[in-house]
Design a protein around this ligand. Structure first.
Ligand code: AR6
Length: 178
């Protein structure tokens, strides 16, 4: 089950599935500022990708410290099909008055900028911040969709951006935007 939409020369895709199984060149991790792993998407990626991803994350931490909300770092994909993992930190939801919308947009945009800088043409995103971090999915999906669409309209080298959602409920929320 998937939906597609053309934005400039790129395809936006929506599908239900497991982010760790995606065959895009890069997948995005919904990480936390420590970059040292956690539950949800983060746990699944480190489990499936193996220890080399955590090693690289550790090196980033040693060199640059914690990764603030809205920013992203890139590592190899270890044992995953994807060659790269872009780890981004979404905002924790505090009711919407603490810059959460902007930080979530930054998380998507900075991941796309990093992907483009590495000549990545295909990338898959999970629904950042809408699990443990509690961001309402209808609001988050609109930010995800608008930020990615805006980026693709600006002459980007990306050919496909895929939104990978886990549940049928989340799929239906995103499908509304397609
Ligand atoms: N594939 C695709 N989507 C998934 C998968 C998967 N394998 N597993 C969960 N989801 P979350 P966050 C969905 O909590 O809200 C971690 O502990 C899930 O249903 O992974 O950004 C980190 O270390 C939800 O809709 O990310 C941080 O501490 C969405 O992915 C914190 O959680 C995001 O859920 C980050 O929280």
């Amino acid at each position: 089950m998937s939906l597609h939409r053309q934005v400039s020369s790129a395809t936006l895709t929506l599908c239900r599935g497991d982010i760790t199984e995606q065959d895009t060149e890069a997948i995005v991790n919904a990480a936390n500022s420590t970059l040292l792993g956690g539950g949800g998407v983060d746990g699944a990626i480190h489990r499936a990708g193996g220890p080399s991803i955590l090693e690289e994350c550790r090196k980033f931490r040693e060199q640059r410290g914690e990764c603030p909300a809205g920013e992203s770092v890139i590592t190899g994909g270890g044992n995953l099909k994807a060659r790269f993992v872009i780890h981004t930190v979404g905002p924790v939801w505090h009711g919407g008055g603490r810059g959460e919308d902007e930080l979530l947009g930054n998380a998507y945009r900075n991941s796309l900028i990093l992907a483009a800088a590495h000549h990545i043409r295909t990338i898959a995103f999970p629904s950042i911040s809408t699990g443990a971090y509690g961001f309402p999915i209808d609001r988050a999906s609109r930010i995800a969709f608008d930020t990615v669409s805006g980026f693709l309209k600006n002459d980007s080298p990306l050919e496909e951006v895929r939104f990978v959602v886990y549940s049928q409920e989340d799929y239906e929320v995103y499908a509304f935007l397609f």
